[in-house]
Design a protein around this ligand. Structure first.
Ligand SMILES: *Cc1c(COP(=O)(O)O)cnc(C)c1O
Length: 281
């Protein structure tokens, strides 16, 4: 099936468009002119929904997925103008799969040196294969090949709540060491910033007036890395914060979030079972 054959139900499309616009409006109200990227989290939702938001009138480009195989399938079906975000729990074995998605914008869940190294190595191999099969290798110094991303941005995921069930690095040395590794040893990756999920209880209690400890903790980790490595390895480049989901994105923006990841407020509730999710409807 090609994207042009994908059926878009107009009532569904209109509902999705107005839900995304509403979220965008709420973001603007809190962001007060500061740019905040909205990642529409489409996990377990069909590619038709994504296409409905990616095509005009909205032409939304940033979509987030949690499962490597589902992302691979959707990326193959949908236009390469989409900028994909992998935000799910990352296993080392996923890195190779993800590295082969040309228009992968960011992997937000890097939490170990081993996974960073694997993703870097696999991307290098993928680019090598892609350039040896393409005649136009003249653009080798730019950030893209044939309009697609060459490097993969990464966020270091930090376990700011300390819950055992959450993945992510522990705050402190582990975060700084991983950041240094990415900046010095991983030429196919670019450290874009930091990501946290945070504790549910804290996010439910978050309003634009209350300060969520997870968001403050993530900002502290960013400041620590900038202080430890900034002069030497960042050359003044800023690092971003990916924090805030449906329950708490306004509070996250108030605390300096650069990117919010919003799923159910745009797409509605997800199927309870992964087995019930359809790639295409
Ligand atoms: C599912 C998910 C989201 C979106 O959650 P909603 O509550 O549906 O907005 C954001 N970030 C991550 C890491 C997720 O897994």
């Amino acid at each position: 099936m090609s994207e042009s054959q994908m059926k878009i139900d107009s009532a569904r499309a209109n509902a999705l468009i107005s839900q995304l616009q509403e979220v965008q409006q709420r973001i603007s109200t809190v962001a007060k002119g500061r740019p905040v990227r909205l990642v529409a989290v489409s996990k377990l939702k069909p590619a038709n929904d994504i296409q409905a938001l990616h095509q005009p009138p909205l032409s939304h480009t940033h979509f987030g997925e949690n499962y490597a195989q589902e992302l691979t399938q959707k990326a193959a079906l949908l236009p390469s103008s989409i900028q994909w975000h992998f935000i799910g729990g990352l296993q080392t074995t996923h890195c190779k799969t993800l590295a082969k998605i040309p228009n992968l914008f960011v992997v937000s869940s890097i939490d170990s040196i081993k996974k960073a190294s694997r993703l870097n190595k696999s991307r290098g191999e993928f680019l090598h294969e892609a350039s040896s099969t393409s005649s136009s290798s003249s653009s080798s110094s730019s950030a893209t090949i044939n309009g697609e991303n060459k490097i993969i941005n990464v966020h270091i995921q930090v376990n700011t709540s300390g819950e055992e069930s959450k993945s992510g690095c522990s705050p402190g040395t582990e975060v700084v060491d991983l950041a240094r590794h990415i900046l010095t040893e991983c030429p196919h990756l670019r450290l874009l910033g930091f990501m946290t999920i945070g504790a549910i209880a804290r996010s439910v209690a978050t309003t634009p007036e209350t300060e969520n400890e997870d968001f403050i903790a993530l900002k502290d980790q960013r400041d620590l890395v900038v202080k430890e490595l900034g002069d030497e390895l960042l050359g003044g480049r800023e690092l971003e914060l990916s924090m805030g989901m449906s329950e708490d994105f306004e509070g996250a923006i108030a605390l300096g979030s650069s990117e919010v990841r919003v799923g159910s407020t745009i797409f509605g509730t997800r199927p309870a079972n992964r087995a019930d999710a359809k790639i295409v409807e």
